[in-house]
Design a protein around this ligand. Structure first.
Ligand code: PHE
Length: 341
């Protein structure tokens, strides 16, 4: 056995020299150190050997195995290096070629507007308060001072679910009552953004699903003057620092008094153009002082507390900012439209 091992070692080292491919190297390894190799055989016969012979054979088998493993690793490394040199020489890289541009996704134009709106109101101390899109009839109407059969409900017609009294909200105003019920009797300063739904004929100006951003401030001594300043300042920060605003009397069941805020058309600077339909003004939001009944539904005593609320449409603002003529683009998923922002 000893002789056989010596011979194997010599032959194996000799035959390794001629190997130039990985396959051959693999084969060499299984022949010389693998299951059917002389080394493995030597281990297998150890138990049948005499006491004197056993340690000698064992020791030599270990040595042979270690030596062969070592030369195998060296050869492997040698082949790897040769392959690398070869590929560097034959497959020349042109490192001056321009790289392939990575296609980055973008934020939806309305998301961008929403973020600008959040930032402006955050600077004025308003927190974002998220409320549900699936609402109860009570929150969408009754708590907003529109009891059952109130004619104003028609203006906010919605999608009804099969569950009685469960509807999709038509505006973010129900969030006012959620916020009040959570915070009372503390003062409140929040904006309530989110998706709203209306049962409506879809056309260039109205969609059946759209965002709103509601604002709500409740506290002691809050006046209509506070409302005017906050929303006018918002317009100045959103459009430009000396944009003019005006308030027109309006009606909402949940505010009293109610108003509509317009900003001077920033396309024609108030002269009259197609964007402002020759009026010089653009309607931006509905607003007003929170109606005493709504305060009461929210848990505030109207004798002690007052508040203001407003609601605006980010899609409409985005359309104005970018002169987009059809609101349906926002949901059409047309890359040619979305890529422009
Ligand atoms: N919820 C109203 C609408 O959808 C907007 C509004 C909000 C008006 C808050 C007044 C106060 O038209």
């Amino acid at each position: 056995m000893l002789e056989k091992l010596e011979r194997t070692l010599k032959e194996a080292v000799e035959s390794l020299k001629g190997i130039t491919t990985e396959q051959d190297l693999h084969l060499w390894r299984s022949n010389n150190i693998g299951k059917k190799s002389v080394v493995t055989e030597a281990y297998a016969v150890l138990k049948d050997l005499s006491k004197e012979e056993r340690p000698l054979v064992g020791k030599l088998a270990n040595q042979v195995k270690q030596t062969l493993e070592k030369v195998y690793e060296e050869k492997k490394e040698e082949l790897r290096k040769a392959a690398l040199t070869e590929s560097l020489q034959t497959e020349k890289l042109d490192v001056t070629l321009p790289g392939r541009a990575v296609q980055l996704g973008k934020l939806h134009p309305v998301t961008k507007t929403l973020r600008r709106i959040y930032k402006i109101f955050a600077e004025m101390g308003f927190q974002v308060y998220q409320t549900r899109e699936v609402e109860s009839d009570d929150y969408n109407f009754t708590f907003l001072n529109m009891p059952e059969h109130h004619p104003a409900r028609d203006m906010w017609d919605t999608f009804y679910t099969k569950t009685e009294g469960v509807i999709l909200r038509t505006h973010t105003s129900p969030g006012q009552v959620h916020a009040m019920r959570e915070y009372h009797p503390e003062p409140i300063r929040v904006i309530l953004p989110g998706m709203c739904y209306r049962y409506e004929q879809v056309n260039t100006r109205s969609e059946m699903q759209f965002n709103q951003v509601e604002g709500l401030a409740v506290g002691k001594d809050i006046s209509f003057g506070d409302l005017k300043w906050v929303v006018s300042e918002f317009a100045r920060r959103l459009f430009h620092p000396d944009v003019r605003t005006r308030f027109r009397a309006s009606h909402f069941p949940f505010t009293e008094p109610s108003a509509e805020m317009d900003v001077e058309c920033f396309v024609c600077n108030g002269k009259g153009c197609s964007v402002c339909k020759q009026t010089g003004w653009l309607e931006i939001m509905g607003c007003g002082m929170v109606h005493p009944n709504v305060l009461r539904y929210g848990g505030y005593d109207p004798e002690e507390f007052s508040g203001f609320a407003f609601g605006l449409g980010p899609e409409r603002i985005t359309m104005l900012l970018h002169r987009i003529t059809d609101i349906r683009y926002f949901w059409r998923n047309d890359i040619r439209f979305l890529e422009q922002f």
